[in-house]
Design a protein around this ligand. Structure first.
Ligand code: 4AD
Ligand code: MG
Length: 477
């Protein structure tokens, strides 16, 4: 007989029909009630068993974590809390879970403890809810771009370029670490390496996406991205997923319009399609916040916050305006910022970004027209000669969620910039070609997928919104 999933069963009319379901025991009480979950929904199905009909041996195997196949009839529930339940006729134990050893017991475990058990934490309500929302968001992202006539483009993972120029790359090599070939200068000879040159894991698919946008018009990447930044924060991963749309003939305004519409649209999607999981996550967050001082609690509950963001305009402010606001802000005057703001041209730290979003504007903010000096080489220089057409989107509780720009399409200006920064032009020969042959204005941005999932789920640490996080000193599993 074909098996059903728990979600289907919970929404079926109970007519004593025969059903089969597979799943894992969440709880087992009074030697009679099994709460079974199979990942299809946050809710469990209650299975009522009369163990007199079965041997003692079976009873002992029904413990939290055991995988079961249950056959029985779907009936109206006698108890409270659920509308249907299964009256069990037969149980097959796929695999037991020794209660002495199985770490995920039906009690509250800390998120830190569960990080050490990342292979089993998906069997908790919290992680299952997060990962269902993560999956729904991925789908919504592909759907959004498809509906807006973008092509999904696969940027290479192994590359020779450092798109962001930040040098935070993981090297890819097959050379013998103990005994690498050396060149005449006594340095490692990468000509003898697998690719005949130095290569690394990509920090961004942007440069390659630009090449494709200049032929397909509108493309986006959605793939893994690697950064060897040694920042052990709740917002950084060494391996994260990034969505990078790139559009020919878009200027910065069109780029900002797209980014805003895109984020709102995918949040709306989960509001419509992940209601139960979001309700669960909202309650989890409220419970967690009860333990915090009033000042640290969020002003809005999770779903209200998602509705607010998807239903209201993002505030657009230039870097220069933002610096003025920050310079005159209370925390700056009272020397509360770790990095005080005095001069135009300093890079903004996350404390500044969060002040702007959470205290000053109280809504998502798009900062644009940044000083050229603090941004990457490929951003288009403004007429003032000192700012570039960059934009960052800042979110409450998160800080920077998007970084993007209009790209420099003028060959001479780009060449000067590359020379100023001491980048070897030869390394970027193909990127410069794009400015030689049919160049045009174009723009794009990068959205950190895990930061979006953090925001959408109300979680506080980025390690909890990716299945198996990679951070400094941590690549277990
Ligand atoms: O601002 P970033 O560095 O921009 C770029 O890489 C551009 N090439 C994007 C583009 O224009 N196509 O990174 C973009 C976003 C950040 O805003 C942040 O959300 C996320 O990627 N991000 C990280 N997320 C998790 N862990 C990290 N270490 C991250 N570094 C960046
Ligand atoms: Mg950035």
């Amino acid at each position: 007989m074909k098996s059903s999933n728990v979600k289907e069963l919970l929404s079926s009319a109970p007519k004593h029909q025969e059903v089969v379901v597979n799943g894992w025991v969440r709880t087992f009480r009074s030697n009679r009630f099994i709460a079974l979950n199979d990942g299809s929904t946050i809710n469990n199905i209650q299975c009522v068993v009369d163990f007199e009909n079965f041997g003692e041996g079976l009873l002992g195997q029904i413990t939290t974590g055991a995988a079961l196949k249950i056959s029985g009839t779907l009936v109206e529930s006698q108890g409270k809390g659920q509308s249907v339940e299964i009256q069990v006729k037969d149980i097959y134990v796929h695999g037991g879970a020794d209660p002495e050893e199985y770490p995920i017991q039906p009690k509250k475990h800390s998120l830190e403890f569960l990080r050490e058990k990342a292979h089993l934490r998906i069997r908790t309500n919290t992680f299952a809810a997060i990962m269902r929302v993560r999956s729904a968001l991925s789908f919504a992202i592909h759907q959004y771009f498809r509906q807006n006539n973008f092509y999904y483009f696969h940027a290479p993972i192994v590359t020779g370029s450092d798109a962001e120029g930040a040098g935070e790359m993981f090297r890819v090599t097959t050379l013998d670490g103990k005994n690498p070939p050396l060149n005449e200068e006594g340095e490692i000879n990468y000509r003898e390496d697998f690719f005949g040159k130095e290569t690394n894991l990509t920090v961004s698919g942007q440069l390659e996406a630009e090449a494709y946008a200049m032929g397909l018009g509108k493309v986006y990447t959605f793939g893994p991205t690697f950064r060897a930044e040694n920042s052990n924060t709740s917002r950084h991963l060494a391996e994260f997923w990034m969505i990078e749309p790139e559009m020919a003939f878009y200027d910065l305004d069109a780029n900002m319009d797209l980014a805003e519409d895109f984020i709102k649209s995918v949040i709306k999607y989960i509001l419509e399609n992940c209601e139960e999981d979001l309700q669960f996550l909202e309650k989890r967050l409220l419970d967690e916040e009860k333990t915090k001082p009033q000042a640290e609690r969020s002003e809005m509950a999770l779903i209200e916050k998602l509705k607010f963001v998807s239903g209201n305009g993002f505030k657009r402010v230039t870097y220069t305006e933002a610096i003025d606001i920050l310079r005159n802000s209370k925390p700056n005057k009272k020397k509360k910022f770790k990095y005080p703001i005095d001069e135009w041209g300093t890079d903004l730290q996350s404390e500044h970004e969060r002040f702007l979003v959470e205290k000053h504007f109280k809504c998502p903010v798009i900062l644009y027209d940044y000083p050229a000096k603090i941004k990457a080489f490929y951003m288009r220089l403004n007429e003032d000669g000192k700012t570039v057409r960059a934009m960052d989107i800042l979110f409450p509780g998160i800080g920077e969620i998007v970084g993007g720009s209009q790209r420099e399409e003028r060959l001479d200006v780009l060449r000067d910039k590359i020379a100023d920064l001491g980048i070897d032009e030869e390394e970027l020969w193909w990127y410069l070609d794009l400015r030689k042959f049919g160049s045009a204005i174009h723009s794009g941005f990068g959205l950190g997928f895990e930061r979006l999932v953090l925001f959408a789920t109300g979680m506080g640490n980025i390690r909890d919104v990716i299945p198996f996080p990679r951070t400094p000193q941590n690549a277990e599993f």
